[in-house]
Design a protein around this ligand. Structure first.
Ligand SMILES: Cc1cc2nc3c(=O)[nH]c(=O)nc-3n(C[C@H](O)[C@H](O)[C@H](O)COP(=O)(O)OP(=O)(O)OC[C@H]3O[C@@H](n4cnc5c(N)ncnc54)[C@H](O)[C@@H]3O)c2cc1C
Length: 471
């Protein structure tokens, strides 16, 4: 059980931390492309320069080289969740096996196959285009730190392997021989299902390929309004507009351009620390020779991984909602969350006492009640959107983009036949019920973590209704 008590070690580890996103603090960060300053037409206008928008524009140009494709990004490419995440690029399209099994049991074989093909395609794309984003298909390890979680891992292992995955249950000794922590009881290794990436560099690589294909990218071009003009949808920024026959909205947890989306998505803030590079002897103390990504198994969980340079990224646990779908830069720094993360880090790795964190940041997660992407349209089908990845969109966003292009083309594919694609999540209630419900749920999840995973009546009721809250 993680405790929030600060120690001298955890406090000292944050003494020199900078409130900056590590991935964006990179000398290779491209200079911003000029904003839109004209009134133009396009075959496709994409709004949002994160993974969803970038994949949409690249895949659109690959499918239709003759299309004029314009991408409008309000800030800079990768400045949203895409440049702030843990870099776990997962095959899962359903926010994990258990969530997928609970919602679309009959579709899981095809969802797993499409997810694997999606991750394979990302790997090939990165190699073919020489994108230097530290892509490594190292797999991931789910960790049990409480006795009751061991049984869950065994059950998960059996369920996954029955569906054709190659999951490996690791007992305490074999787990600790891979990565050592006094808190570890058992682990579940999925060697093929996840790659680790430097997410900002992957996004910048995608933007480079998009530009080479002829996509016109304008940064610092926030879209303020849209209007339907029968043959086209006009998309307006402060200094220009695009009249496009098709529009793809890829704005994730940001305040949506279509108000109806905010019924289904709440921005939830998640926080991350990045350590200085481990010295050889420090790395030997944890024995973490591989690059696999790790996460512990509570409702409130940490995710962590090691970079090529040997830094540990440690994030998660808190998932903070600000009432009224509160969104903004002021929520990206939260000292209490950073301190909690540091305290939990040294409970996991006491042998690393003395290690310092160099970067600390936060970002908004597009949480929906079913924890996985959903799609919709507007303006008679000329505009489509994807959002709702709930913290697992690095890989799934390419699939999200493919579905948007299927929907814009009006074509039926293996993707658009899926219940997961055809149905939306259950909406969140309006405020103040939304804040009250999220608060109750967060408290109940914390209490379940303290009580051997036992879910109280409130959580069991939500489970029955297929409603949830996660990051
Ligand atoms: C802290 C954190 C850790 C995470 N860790 C992981 C992880 O390890 N693995 C994983 O799979 N997922 C993770 N995620 C989630 C993952 O980052 C996202 O699912 C994914 O990046 C979503 O990409 P996107 O393109 O849909 O959204 P974003 O990257 O948020 O892009 C949306 C873009 O739209 C732009 N925009 C918004 N409104 C407008 C407008 N009106 N006009 C113009 N532009 C606009 C924004 O500026 C932004 O660049 C994490 C998220 C966070 C915040």
């Amino acid at each position: 059980m993680f405790v929030d008590t600060q120690t001298e070690t955890s406090m000292r580890s944050l003494a020199n931390v900078r409130h900056e996103v590590f991935w964006l603090d990179d000398p290779t960060r491209p200079v911003a492309r000029p904003p839109l300053q004209a009134h133009i037409t396009a075959d496709l206008c994409v709004v949002g320069g994160g993974f969803s928008g970038l994949w949409t524009s690249v895949l659109a140009k690959q499918q239709h080289p003759d299309w004029r494709v314009v991408l409008l990004e309000g800030d800079q490419v990768a400045s949203g969740a895409t440049g702030r995440n843990g870099g776990f690029c997962a095959a899962s399209l359903t926010h994990g096996l258990a969530n997928g099994m609970s919602r679309w049991p009959g579709e899981m074989p095809i969802l797993l196959q499409l997810g694997r093909e999606n991750l394979d395609a990302i790997e090939v794309f990165v190699a073919d285009h020489g994108i230097d984003c530290e892509f490594v298909r190292s797999g991931d390890l789910a960790i049990a730190t409480e006795a009751y979680q061991v049984a869950d891992l065994i059950e998960h292992c059996e369920a996954g392997n029955a569906l054709g995955l190659s999951l490996e249950f690791l007992d305490e000794e074999s787990l600790k021989s891979r990565v050592d922590s006094p808190t570890y009881l058992a682990g579940l290794f999925d060697g093929a299902g996840t790659a680790m990436v430097n997410p900002a560099r992957l996004a910048w690589g995608l933007a480079r390929v998009a530009t080479d294909l002829g996509v016109e990218i304008h940064e610092h071009s926030p879209v303020s309004t849209m209007s339907d003009k029968l043959a086209a949808v006009s998309v307006f920024t402060i200094s220009g507009s695009v009249a496009a026959s098709r529009v793809a909205l890829a704005t994730n947890a940001y305040p949506p351009l279509l108000r109806r989306i905010s019924n289904y998505v709440v921005p939830v803030y998640d926080y991350v620390l990045m350590s200085e590079p481990l010295r050889g002897e420090q790395r030997a103390l944890v024995g973490w020779d591989g690059r696999e990504g790790l996460s512990d198994s509570g409702n409130q969980f940490h995710y962590y991984r090691i970079t090529e340079e040997g830094r540990i990224l440690w994030g998660g646990y808190d998932a903070i909602y600000h009432s009224g779908n509160g969104f903004g830069k002021e929520h990206e720094v939260d000292d209490a969350s950073f301190q909690r993360l540091a305290a939990h880090f040294f409970q996991t790795f006491p042998q690393l006492a003395g290690l310092e964190f160099t970067h600390a940041w936060g970002g908004a997660i597009d949480t929906c009640s079913r924890f996985s992407a959903f799609w919709g349209n507007a303006h008679g089908g000329k505009t489509v959107y994807v959002t709702g990845y709930t913290g697992l969109g690095v890989g799934a966003s390419r699939f999200g983009a493919q579905v948007m292009l299927d929907l814009l083309a009006g074509r039926e594919t293996a993707r658009t036949k899926l219940q997961m694609v055809r149905r939306k999540p259950k909406p969140f209630p309006p405020e103040p019920l939304r804040s009250i419900g999220i608060d109750w749920t967060t408290r109940a999840l914390k209490s379940a973590d303290r009580n051997f995973g036992r879910r109280n009546l409130w959580l069991r009721t939500l489970d029955r209704l297929g409603l949830g809250f996660d990051s």
